[in-house]
Design a protein around this ligand. Structure first.
Ligand SMILES: NC(=O)c1ccc[n+]([C@@H]2O[C@H](COP(=O)([O-])OP(=O)(O)OC[C@H]3O[C@@H](n4cnc5c(N)ncnc54)[C@H](OP(=O)(O)O)[C@@H]3O)[C@@H](O)[C@H]2O)c1
Length: 338
């Protein structure tokens, strides 16, 4: 099978932020989707859109299509600032700000209800982008490990609350899509089913992040398996390396920015948003799901000695029994019955 990798050439020899690798807006242009009649009126929901990260760049690019974009934030004032900046493109779609704290099921429920009311129960693409990384040990309002709870269980719960809108908006010619923004951190990740929330296991912040990011892949794979017959597909993305507020809990990033070999793999947030935007809109991905994307391409299995900043997915991220088990555990933890 020919690998789908439209920007392979631009990824061969990275030269650091702002190099030839595409930005998210470039994806929209290359797809011929700027102010597109088919996208006008579509609805896209993007989580985690406070300034400085990838979310605003994802939302900005999607808005170029003419779609209505709903952005979620914890701090509505920050969201309004992002919305105003996006609306300056003069494109017809709305940009609406929805308050959601993914570390609280109650907040997610309130945010999902507000979203469904404002969108008229319509949703074509859900982009689960929000995340936290390597934070100090903590629990969500519902007692979940902070990283698993925010990065995986919060998005899992949100998906279930907007699932009917995704299904109702799906059609054979444009399947609804869920984009699960994961990380290369899924590769060393392990799902500790015996103690998902570090109640008995010694806490390790990277183990918690990697577990949550592996969960993002397993979630998308199981979602895709369960709903593809109803024209709802899910894919996973890894954005690449981008210096954003995500790194705020790391004691130092000197080993990244100070190492020339790693520094040249880094990207701007606008470039880092490209793979998620491609996942959301690409015509060549129509009818596809249960796949892992990076470098604006369908990724390949990574070699065992791949460095943390290298591309590709781990074989254990594609394991139907584990995917099913995590789905069922996540239903139980969030109090859902499917
Ligand atoms: N940057 C990278 O190099 C990189 C690499 C691999 C994967 N990723 C993934 O890409 C995604 C975006 O990362 P980023 O670099 O854009 O990070 P970021 O700049 O820190 O943005 C993360 C977003 O998530 C939101 N968020 C955090 N905790 C939340 C909560 N409890 N409820 C709701 N929203 C919450 C943040 O909101 P607040 O401003 O309120 O905190 C922010 O809007 C993440 O899933 C991350 O794991 C990033």
């Amino acid at each position: 099978m020919v690998r789908i990798a439209p920007y392979a050439e631009q990824h061969k020899d990275p030269q650091g932020p702002g190099d030839a690798r595409p930005t998210a807006s470039r994806i929209i242009e290359d797809q011929g989707l700027v102010a597109s009649p088919s996208w006008t009126g579509r609805v896209v929901l993007v989580t985690g859109c406070s300034p400085g990260g990838l979310g605003p760049e994802v939302a900005r690019a999607i808005h170029l299509t003419g779609a209505d974009v709903f952005i979620t934030v914890r701090d509505v004032a920050k969201g309004k600032q992002v919305a105003e900046e996006i609306l300056a493109d003069g494109k017809p779609g709305k940009v609406e700000v929805i308050k959601i704290d993914l570390s609280s099921l109650e907040s997610i429920k309130a945010g999902a209800e507000e979203f469904l009311r404002k969108s008229g129960n319509k949703l074509n693409v859900l982009i689960n982008n929000a995340g936290i990384m390597a934070c100090p040990e903590g629990k969500t309002k519902d007692g979940f490990d902070l990283q698993l709870g925010t990065n995986h269980l919060g998005h899992f719960y949100l998906f279930h609350l907007v699932k009917d809108a995704l299904l109702a908006s799906a059609s054979p010619s444009f399947n609804s899509r869920v984009v699960s923004v994961s990380s290369a951190g899924h590769r060393p990740g392990k799902i500790n089913f015996d103690d998902l929330n570090f109640e008995r296991t010694e806490f390790n912040t990277w183990a918690a992040y990697n577990q949550s990011k592996l969960a993002n892949v397993l979630f998308a794979n199981e979602l895709d398996r369960r709903f593809q017959s109803q024209n709802l597909r899910a894919v996973t993305t890894h954005p690449g390396g981008i210096m954003t507020p995500l790194a705020r809990h790391m004691p130092s990033t000197a080993h990244i920015v100070g190492d020339p070999a790693i520094a040249k793999t880094l990207m701007t947030p606008a470039q880092g948003a490209a793979t998620a935007v491609w996942a959301a809109v690409a015509k060549e991905l129509e009818g596809k799901g249960g796949i892992y994307l990076d470098e604006v391409a369908v990724a390949e299995l990574s070699p065992p000695d791949v460095p943390f900043y290298g591309g590709g997915y781990a074989a254990h991220a594609f394991d139907p029994p584990t995917e099913k088990r995590l789905w069922e555990e996540s239903l139980k933890l969030t109090g859902l019955s499917e």
